[in-house]
Ligand binder design. Sequence first.
Ligand code: AMP
Length: 422
Amino acid sequence: MSSNIKSPRGMNDLLPPDSAKWLYFENACRTLFERYGYAEVRTPMVESTALFARGIGESTDIVEKEMYTFPDLKGRSLTMRPEMTAGCARSYIQHAVYKRGPITRWFYIGPMFRYERMQTGRYRQFHQVGVEAFGSDSASVDAEQIAMVYALYSQLGVKDLDLYINSVGDAEDRPRYRQALVDFLTPMRDKLCADCQRRLEKNPLRILDCKVPGCIEIVAGAPSVLDALGERSRAQFDAVQSHLSSYGVAFTVDTRIVRGLDYYTGTVFELKSSSGTLGTQSTLVGGGRYDNLVESLGGPPTPGVGFALGIERAVLSLPGEAGDYANKPLAFLAARGDAAREHALALAHRLRLAGLRIEVEHRQVGMKAQFKRADKLGARFVIALGDDELSSGQIKIRDMSQGSETEIALDAVESELKRRAP
Ligand code: AMP
């Protein structure tokens, strides 16, 4: 093997101690989402290409230029999933999950793949946690999901959170708004960036969230999507806002939030953090309602709402260093001499089986090196074992933060450590 094979561009290894921060975040998601009745679902990382073309939309950036698509050995076109809502909807239909109950609440955690230009917070293999609720068109579900994910970040200490919400209207409002936007933008077509000139025909709503300064200027005067909402969408959007207020969640209505995927109907939202670490990739969470997705993929008419968040960006936004999130050993067993080491190894095994996080020295090194290692690992206690301790049956537990020592019987180690464990 060549010595310099690297991971593919934009696809990163996750090593300890960074993995500790990831796990902590993932566990926080699982714990919180389960409290709201969401259960974990796992779907394949690869799906038929047609699923994304139909589900996400042919003229979206993702489907047009960001998918990892390849033929399998029989020539079927497969795609590494760029997101998971389409896969969840496919699975929901395939297993007729709608027959099991009126509402289905799922969450997922896993890698997604998009061939994107890389920057901090933007990768080609990245990881999302997301939730989907199928079966309810109630605005209270939209608001509950938003309040839940807002609470996730604020409880974890993420600063400067800003929630932006909008409505992109239902199947009747969308064409009306699309036409109003095209009528407004067409006379200024030449001033739009090359991408937006293309979008004008294929996906004009996307022009609203273009980041090119010239386009931002033009769009500032564009008609508002909210003016195009029909009665039903208007009432739905008002209800989302009043539910959010009763949950105590502050938000800003921003009519430029349209989200890049075609399946959204009604509520869309983004949660951002303006704290420094994220750079330009400040969107932590994106989501919204997709009341036509299940039907468009061949299922029964089923409303749905969900969001996805990026774990890489979440971890960048969390306070503290990765090491702060790692579990430290409760005790380090240091040994002097072969007999004591043998005893220490067996004792460590026993204590671990009893549920304690224990480190033990496998190398034949002196006491000083062992204490140094215990300190580096952040062990709270060190227990030193030598011939004297083995023959007297008494050992000393050293509290590393206080520098104090307590003498106890060797066979009371387990109960003593359990008593002192946090
Ligand atoms: P989306 O599926 O595009 O709505 O994205 C939802 C969330 O996933 C974003 O707010 C980001 O936190 C995250 N995300 C999307 N694309 C990437 C990427 N290429 N790299 C890292 N995170 C991403």
